[in-house]
Write a protein that binds this ligand. Sequence first.
Ligand code: ASP
Length: 440
Amino acid sequence: MAKIAKFGGSSLADANQFKKVYEIIKSDPNRMFVVPSAPGKRFKDDTKVTDLLYQAYYAKEENEFEMVFQQIKQRYQDIIADLHLDFSLEKEFETIETNFRAQIGIDYAASRGEYLNGLLLAHYLNYPFIDAADVIYIDEYGNYDAKLTDPVLTQALKDCGYAVIPGFYGTLNDGSKQIKTFSRGGSDVTGSIVAKNAHVSLYENWTDVSGFMIADPRIIKDPESIETITYRELRELSYMGASVLHENSIFPIRDEGIPIHILNTNRPQDKGTLIVESTCHKPNHIITGIAGKKGFATIMIEKEMMNGEIGFSRKVLQVLEENQVSLEHMPSGIDTMTLIVHTDDFLEKEQDILAGIHRAVHPDSIELDSNLALIAVVGRGMKDGRGTAARIFEALARANINVKMIDQGSSELNVIVGVKNVYFEKAIKAIYEMFIEREA
Ligand code: ASP
């Protein structure tokens, strides 16, 4: 059954990486559709081609423009030369330079990294090239327009049989024919859209890590990796997943039941992580993953007899809506309700929000705290087990960490705890030790 293989920027950063990609694709004839990103970093302090493109487009001085544009050209020329290809992108560069000088659009500029890499990879693999601008439509907010895209893309993929389709961009869906990109990291989304329309059995997402780890390796040394995770678990762990896989890449294929396999271009023999709709595979541990983030603020609103006041919550939430601040959680008591929001979003609008709440519900008091970290402990295994919450709290109590907030979704898929920012790492270590190290 056909597969699509999407390769991230680090997988295509130089000729050596291109060779690995070639080996991977040619080793399985089912890898019929390939979605490349733009060349990424070759080493730690290197600059991604996409970032160079932004820099060139916004260059204020002619000198700077020429220097950065030359660096971009060089990245591709080096790959072509090192692979000994009889291929040139010179004509493309001429057109792109003219369009940059005419300032035809920042999305056009950013998209050229994938466009050029797509042309190059198609030549190298001897695969047909499909320009994403001809088959993918995106709205002004950067969301994929399924109605316009699906019929055109399905047909194009059928006609080609196998193809390279560059990631990250498409055409604006308003008839203007302008190039539009997804948000950063959006080649993952292209991969998902192609997977859906090619009706493949698997979406392989090749990157530079061997899948998801149970916890952040910057906090836990050599954490175990996750073999299988459901889409829902991954959503609950989105604080963690975002850096490996673009959040929006789940939606196009979820309804089709196509799994995503996260794999490592540099270690193709590793198992990676399989993301599925549902599975009978028992997880290795009760919990599948632990993820969290610092930087939340709490707004605790107190008012006597609040629970009898119909419409109280709606009025409070409307204040957040009017200020365009999104709500992360909302634990409540009889006479209190607490809004948990991102500190950065909140600080900008703090006084407007407070005044708005006072006007809307006349609270007895409002208390603020901007020091909260949230930790999500997620696992499909929790549903059938008992004592998971007790073990989380035991782990935190033993580590001497005060729990400031608790939230368990009724799906029994996750428990979220709030602790002070300073205890964030310590809390994750304590939970990891309780569930993973002790069970090992
Ligand atoms: N090249 C784009 C970026 O750096 C898109 C991608 O890599 O997915 O964000």
